[in-house]
Write a protein that binds this ligand. Structure first.
Ligand SMILES: Cc1cc2nc3c(=O)[nH]c(=O)nc-3n(C[C@H](O)[C@H](O)[C@H](O)COP(=O)(O)OP(=O)(O)OC[C@H]3O[C@@H](n4cnc5c(N)ncnc54)[C@H](O)[C@@H]3O)c2cc1C
Ligand code: MET
Ligand SMILES: [Zn+2]
Length: 616
């Protein structure tokens, strides 16, 4: 008769999980490859679901697309794996159940997981196999990203008149990750031609039912729901679901009361769950009228963070500005650090920048020290944030914490690789690239979280990005700066430059940029330090003259210090008229050196003012 015709008059029961069932049997490789390697195993699962009461089953093809199979080196077998899955499901159904060809969503929370073009290509390949082999309908399931689902639905709708079931997945009751209310999303899918719209996975029956309370009965389409068995627990490295099938069956009645006509199960469900659904649903007619619960939306008050001072990017765009890096201690002794911070404040810096575990070695958390210098010493902190040490959850929480502390100057960087640090084997997170981190911060400035939820307040971050001019191809580095600007960078802070001639070259390459630069200068402390920088730090080359000057100081620490300061002063002279912003890096807690350089810059500014007065 056809699925849609049946749904006009009755509720259809679908099957439950395939992946988590296989996983619970100990399979932890590519589930879809089993269509080729162990077809009998898949057949038995289908049969068990049909035996339990499923009238609609789905092919074992959830991740059988080019992009996901590529993780297992199986990208060339898309057609074979899908074709085999359809044959297995049809044979198992044997006319007793409808067979849906399943296509799973690719993106999760990160849009960057795959481009729309890649998704389209990958989807089409899988779709054509379904259409060639023949199925009773298509199940587009577990789509977190509404744009992705809409894109693939449009492709499918154009290619076939088969019934299409389009299902989103949600993290939070009745709202998609981009903030779209579930009811709106399902309406959009219906308008794009989906025959059945609904949701599956991620949440258990309780939350899925709650979400559906806000969804009206569609005008033309039908509603579907495939909840997980429960919320997942993580035990001994495995995701475990509560498996009270009886409860799941009872919940199916609630789904029916919300107007759902196609009821199945997702992760953690088993043939026992489906049997329970059948027992509870049997004999119940679908509802034809429902009261929709109107969501009590809290008014979205979006206030701006309070700001007393202009941001650094606003200052440096107009006038001379000096920021100094003083890295937080590697031990719990904060005395020198705080003394240094105080001395630099007295010297008149605009901000104290604190790296985020630079060189991938742990130091006292820069957020903690930033709060201390801000609150106790009245210094404006600038906090570096790497993508290396925090996942997406950690990054957003960190930024929200900085806002709560009133710290609004940040530098978004990728972070030095762990292999150069104290813990070479440590995990690097990199959920986000530096570009994406910049975008995330700018999104918080709009009062919206990464997943599109309102924050009820707009943060007010001024976002710096890193600029490494010590590269072989400066043009490529400049392209990265342009990209960082597109993502929202307000200004740049550069790695130190050790060659007077380099400033002009950097100036010429960057003068077209719309954002200002704090150019980096770091005093050298010894000949050993000079040789290390020259020979071991990629991209950094010191002139022979500088190396000779430092070598002449031998092991005389005081002499080397004076020479290091003198060299840094010459570098400041070379940079002075080209860049408003000077970023001084304090080497090895030697703030006595950076204090002298800050004073030098201020003196130079005062002299300039004096000279101008005289010439006028
Ligand atoms: C001012 C400043 C502050 C920093 N603070 C910290 C800190 O607090 N903690 C820390 O761990 N690290 C810090 N770093 C180091 C920085 O994270 C690394 O140098 C990183 O590799 C580059 O940072 P990014 O954010 O500019 O990377 P991105 O521009 O995002 O570059 C990311 C990747 O691309 C590569 N890449 C960059 N430019 C080019 C190019 N021109 N051609 C080809 N490939 C390229 C990089 O090597 C890197 O692997 C800082 C660097 C700067 C300049
Ligand atoms: C990750 S959502 C579940 C996908 C598919 N329906 C399965 O059960 O394997
Ligand atoms: Zn699932």
């Amino acid at each position: 008769m056809g699925i849609l015709k049946e749904l006009q008059n009755r509720i259809l029961i679908a099957d439950g999980a395939m992946g988590t069932l296989l996983y619970s049997f100990g399979v932890d490789y590519c589930f879809e490859e089993l269509n080729l390697l162990q077809p009998d195993r898949i057949t038995k699962i289908h049969e068990a679901y049909i035996e339990a009461g499923a009238e609609v089953i789905q092919t074992n093809t959830y991740g059988a697309n080019y992009l996901k199979l590529a993780r297992y080196g199986l990208e060339d077998q898309v057609k074979d794996i899908n074709a085999a899955a359809i044959k297995i499901a049809k044979k198992a159904a044997n006319g007793k159940a409808y067979v849906l060809g399943t296509l799973g969503g690719i993106r999760s929370i990160k849009k960057s997981a795959a481009t729309i073009e890649e998704i389209k290509r990958s989807f089409r390949e899988q779709l054509y196999t379904f259409l060639l082999e023949g199925v009773d309908g298509l199940l587009l399931e577990t789509f977190y990203d509404l744009d992705e689902l809409k894109t693939v639905l449009q492709i499918a709708r154009k290619e076939t008149e088969l019934p299409i079931i389009a299902q989103v997945s949600i993290h939070e009751v009745a709202v998609l990750q981009d903030g779209t209310p579930l009811a709106d999303a399902l309406k959009q899918l219906e308008d794009l031609g989906a025959d059945v719209v609904g949701l599956n996975c991620r949440l258990g029956p309780h939350h899925i039912t709650k979400a559906l309370e806000e969804v009206p009965l569609p005008e033309r389409a039908f509603l579907s729901a495939y909840p997980n068995a429960s919320l997942p627990d993580y035990i001994d490295g495995r995701l475990i679901y509560e498996s009270d099938a009886e409860y799941f069956g009872e919940c199916a009645v609630n789904l029916r009361n919300q107007g759902v006509r196609l009821i199945g199960g997702c992760c953690g469900t088993t043939p026992r769950h489906i049997k329970a659904v059948r027992e509870k649903i049997q004999g119940l007619a679908p509802i034809t009228y429902k009261e929709v619960k109107v969501k009590q939306t809290e008014p979205t008050v979006t206030v701006l963070s309070k700001r007393n001072k202009p941001h650094l990017h606003e200052i440096v765009a107009k006038e001379r500005s000096v920021i100094v890096e003083l890295d937080t201690p590697k031990t719990l002794n904060t005395t020198s650090f705080l003394e240094g911070a105080k001395a630099l404040k007295e010297a008149g810096i605009d901000a104290l920048t604190m790296a985020d575990n630079s060189l991938a070695s742990p130091r006292i958390c820069n957020m903690a020290m930033a709060a201390i210098v801000k609150n106790e010493l009245g210094i404006r902190p600038l906090v570096h944030i790497t993508c290396r040490d925090r996942n997406l959850i950690g990054l957003q929480s960190h930024l929200m914490g900085l806002d709560a502390l009133g710290i609004d100057q940040v530098l978004a960087v990728t972070g030095d690789p762990t292999k150069i640090g104290d813990f070479p084997g440590a995990t690097s997170v990199y959920d986000l690239s530096s570009f994406e981190l910049i975008s995330l911060i700018k999104q918080l400035n709009e009062g919206i979280t990464f997943s599109g939820k309102p924050l009820q307040k707009k943060t007010s971050f001024s976002v710096a990005a890193a600029f490494n001019p010590n590269v072989r191809h400066l043009d490529k580095a400049i392209k990265r700066l342009e990209k960082k600007i597109k993502h929202g960078a307000d200004y740049f802070i550069s790695q130190p430059i050790f060659d007077e001639k380099k400033f002009l070259e950097v100036y010429e390459h960057t003068k077209h940029l719309s954002k200002p630069i704090y150019i980096g200068i770091m005093p050298i402390v010894s000949s050993q330090n000079a040789e290390f920088l020259h020979n071991e730090v990629p991209g950094i080359k010191l002139t022979d003259e500088i190396r000779e000057k430092m070598a002449r100081c031998g092991s005389d620490r005081e002499k080397a210090k004076m020479e290091g300061i003198a060299i840094a002063k010459s570098l400041i002279d070379a940079a002075f008229d080209l860049f408003n912003g000077i970023y001084l890096i304090t080497p090895f807690m030697r703030y006595d050196m950076t204090v002298k350089l800050v004073q030098y810059i201020h003196q130079k500014c005062a002299n300039r003012v004096q000279e101008r007065k005289i010439t006028n």
